[in-house]
Ligand binder design. Structure first.
Ligand code: CP
Ligand code: NVA
Length: 298
């Protein structure tokens, strides 16, 4: 039984298998391709908002022959306190797979254990594995193999997206630099656990020098809204803008997992100048996640 719960828990071989299968999935879209999910229903339990992840999974499941069953976590008994392990055992007897967006990583792990059906992490506070697989696919599509490249993440370096980047760096042999103020840097223990070439610094300019990719994410992740004012103040300056892009390698990719807050983590003109890359990245969620679904049921 395969699951996709975290980049931390994936092998480099499994990541490569999904990444290497994605180009054919993308090229084959709209043709009468294989429908490995024919007759299947996949639950999508979302406890947080979503545009890209929800739409790309609903469309992807449909294109592979399956039926998505979207469940707002607040509308099912889970939202009234029914345990994850009971919800998992019920759904495991009715549907063929589950895609979950929630807060605690433990909830997704527990769901996988008790449901005994393929389970996908569609974002937790700890990781966003589908996003990072898509981002690596997008980099390789535009600039060739990720191995040996320098990826610089700017902003809140302790949230789910940079954490998934950290675990990917050692597995796929690229250099990751994280530019964030001290209070927004990833945990030391986590960095040690991940290994790999990861530089963490509060010097945004040094982190950007010669980078192949400049990447950012929101300063206020879902669930952190109460800290918004404080975060906007403390993260000021950790922004991708034209001055920072000049420090990176000529032709460097500027990426954003979206949604974007202009004037905060990225300047408006920089965002628009790199919109082609950023919206390719958004579109690629669909193709990569179809490759993930194929891999889970293969
Ligand atoms: N990047 C991403 O996961 O977007 P959504 O929150 O819209 O799904
Ligand atoms: N770090 C962000 C990612 C959004 C796709 C969040 O958790 O809100």
């Amino acid at each position: 039984m395969r699951h996709l719960l975290s980049i931390e828990g994936m092998s480099a071989g499994d990541m490569r298998e999904i990444l290497d299968a994605t180009p054919a999935v993308k090229r084959g879209r709209g043709t009468a391709g294989p429908r490995p999910l024919e007759g299947q229903t996949w639950a999508m339990i979302f406890a947080k908002a979503s545009t890209r992840t929800r739409v790309s999974f609903e469309v992807g499941l449909h294109e592979l022959g399956g039926r998505p069953l979207f469940l707002n976590a607040g509308d099912i008994q889970l939202g009234r306190g029914e345990p994850v392990k009971d919800t998992a055992r019920v759904l495991g007897r009715m549907v063929h797979g589950t895609i979950i967006r929630t807060y605690g990583q433990q909830e997704v792990e527990e769901f996988a254990e008790y449901s005994r059906i393929p389970t996908i992490n569609a974002l937790t506070d700890a990781e966003h594995p589908c996003q990072i697989l898509t981002d690596i696919f997008t980099i390789e599509e535009r600039a060739g193999a990720i191995a040996g490249k320098v990826v610089t993440f700017v902003g809140d370096g302790a949230c789910n997206v940079p954490i998934s980047w950290i675990f990917a760096a050692a597995k796929l042999d690229f250099e990751l630099r994280i530019a964030a103020p001290a209070a927004y840097q990833p945990d030391r223990e986590l960095l040690q656990r991940a290994g790999g070439r990861v530089l963490v610094t509060d010097d945004i300019n040094a982190a950007a020098d010669g980078a192949d990719v400049l990447y950012t994410d929101v300063w206020v992740s879902m669930g952190r809204e109460a800290e918004a004012a404080h975060r906007l103040q403390e993260l000021t300056g950790y922004q991708i803008n034209n001055a920072l892009v000049k420090r990176a390698k000529p032709g460097a990719l500027v990426m954003h997992c979206l949604p974007a807050y202009r004037g905060k983590e990225i300047a408006e003109d920089t965002f628009e100048a790199h919109a082609k890359t950023i919206f390719d990245q958004a579109e690629n969620r669909l193709h990569t996640q179809k490759a993930i679904l194929n891999w889970l049921v293969s």
